[in-house]
Design a protein around this ligand. Structure first.
Ligand code: DHB
Ligand code: FE
Length: 277
């Protein structure tokens, strides 16, 4: 059976892509953000996952407001990035893991999640930048399975439902008839709001409590509705749903091997966690 080796959660702010393109990783503004990935690189070097399941939210590249699945699972042979208007360089294509994709799709539908399966899928900054943070040379040594959660158009899936989705994905990975080592990556958050009267809103107290909860009381945030999460974390901070799904995949208990929290990167409170089962 496959081995779920651990989970990583990180922010995915587009400005990260511009900093990488301009080689600004050691500049004072960027250093506290990029340096925090060193322990994650060491862990990846030791753990050497074969495949990464990525919980992320598309921001209008692959899905637009005309068609908005709540949960979508990639089942493509390859995934490519494309111009989103942020001025980001494109990255090399990602090789899909179609065997795991279809296994997850089967298991999720069996668990009564009415997901959308996608045999063609563009992936946006929410997948390409976290992958570039994990593997800065962009010579991806892993296959990927993207799992997309709608945080763009209301109604959003509840925190409780996203956690349960993650639990189902985690069970399916562990039941997968394969010798593969699988890591889970969740991208987005933490608190940020890009528009409206509260543009620039950040809630450090909430973010830190949320990060603590993922180890001590992982279902803590599932008590909140999506609207309450928007109130606490900002309209885009609700991307923390990706972190909840990722944590759900790890199962009952998890150890925190590394974490970082840094304010701000662009308009966002950036967070990073490395969790092991
Ligand atoms: C920013 C953050 C995001 O999560 C995103 O998708 C786009 C922009 C920002 O803070 O600039
Ligand atoms: Fe985002």
């Amino acid at each position: 059976m496959a081995n779920l080796v651990g989970a990583i959660t990180t922010s995915h702010v587009p400005a990260i892509g511009r900093a990488i393109a301009r080689n600004l990783q050691k500049e004072p503004y960027w250093r506290p953000f990029f340096d925090a990935f060193a322990p994650v690189h060491r862990w990846l070097g030791q753990t050497r996952p074969d495949t990464v399941v990525v919980f992320y939210n598309d921001h209008g590249l692959n899905f637009f407001l005309d068609k908005m699945p709540t949960f979508a699972v990639g089942a493509a042979p390859t995934y490519t990035s494309a111009d989103e208007g942020w001025g980001l360089a494109s990255v090399p294509p990602f090789e899909g893991d179609q065997d795991l994709s279809w296994h997850l799709i089967d298991a999720l539908v069996e668990d009564e999640f009415d997901i959308t399966s996608c045999q063609e899928m563009h992936v946006d900054h929410a997948l390409t930048l976290p992958m570039s943070l994990l593997w800065p040379d962009q010579a991806w040594p892993v296959k990927v399975v993207p799992v997309c959660i709608n945080t763009v158009q209301f109604p959003l899936p509840s925190a409780k439902r996203c956690y349960a989705l993650g639990e189902s994905v985690g069970r399916a990975i562990r039941n997968w008839d394969s010798e593969a080592r699988v890591a889970v990556l969740g991208t987005g958050g933490l608190s940020h709001q890009l528009d409206g009267q509260r543009a620039g809103f950040i809630n450090k107290d909430f973010d830190l409590q949320f990060m603590d909860s993922l180890v001590e009381d992982p279902k803590w945030a599932t008590q909140f509705s999506s609207r309450e999460l928007v109130e606490k974390a900002g309209t885009q901070g609700v991307e923390l749903l990706m972190w909840l799904a990722t944590r759900g995949a790890l199962g009952a208990s998890a150890r925190c091997l590394h974490r970082n929290y840094h304010i701000p990167i662009s308009n966002t409170a950036s967070g990073l966690m490395l969790l092991a089962p």
